[in-house]
Every structure is written in C-alpha cells, then in structure tokens.
Write a new protein. Sequence first.
Length: 133
Amino acid sequence: GEPEPQFFSLVDALLAGNAGLALQHLMEEKNRGVLPILQLASFISLFRTLVIIKANRHQARPAILATQHPFWISKLEAASHKLSRESVTAAFQRLIELDWQFKTSQADPWVSLEEFTLSFATHSTLQRGSGLP
C-alpha cells in the first residue's frame, strides 16, 4: 500500500539528517497508534528501496521499483544523492537486525526505533557530500 502522509514527513526529516524533527515525527507515529512492527516494516521497505537505487544509480530504473509510486521513487532517488551507499546499506542491515530483535527480545521496540532514527539522522549527515558512492 501507499505510505501514509505522516510517514513522508518522517522520511523527509530522516533523510535530511534532521534528527530532532525525525524523532518528533516518529513519536507522532507512535501516538497515532502505529504498531512498532509496522513502523519497522516501513523503514525496511524504505531502505531496501534506497539500497536498490544506490546499487543501480548509473543504470535505468530497475523493474522491481515499478511496483512503487513514481513520485515516491523520484523523491528517494533525489534524496539518495546525498547519502553514501555504505550508510544506506548499513542502515538496512541494522533494520534487519531490529526485525530479529523485535521478534526475540522483550526490549521496548519504540526505543530501538528511536535509537535507529537518531543514529541514522546523525551519522548519515557526516557522510553527505564526502564523495563516497
């Protein structure tokens, strides 16, 4: 399905490296009653798409992306230019680890999502414009 409009605001803040605003939007999602596993699934989908975009940046748009809304893909393609391939891949790997953690741990999943959001928004900004692929 299509992402909710609130999720777009969260993604914008996250990919812009605005940790405070990203955390604010994440808490709004929590307060709206979004289940943490669904929030995690949205993040996994987002970063899987970014990994595909980064891996194919010098080629035509991969067919796998044709199932997603063209506006969403264009938005992520534009944002991906500011992110390194390494930061996107590391974030995706961390989200897969969180998926396992959510299913096997008693830890508060929202705390894990907050930590991920803060970490990505903070550290991905350090790699912006560094010339990394």
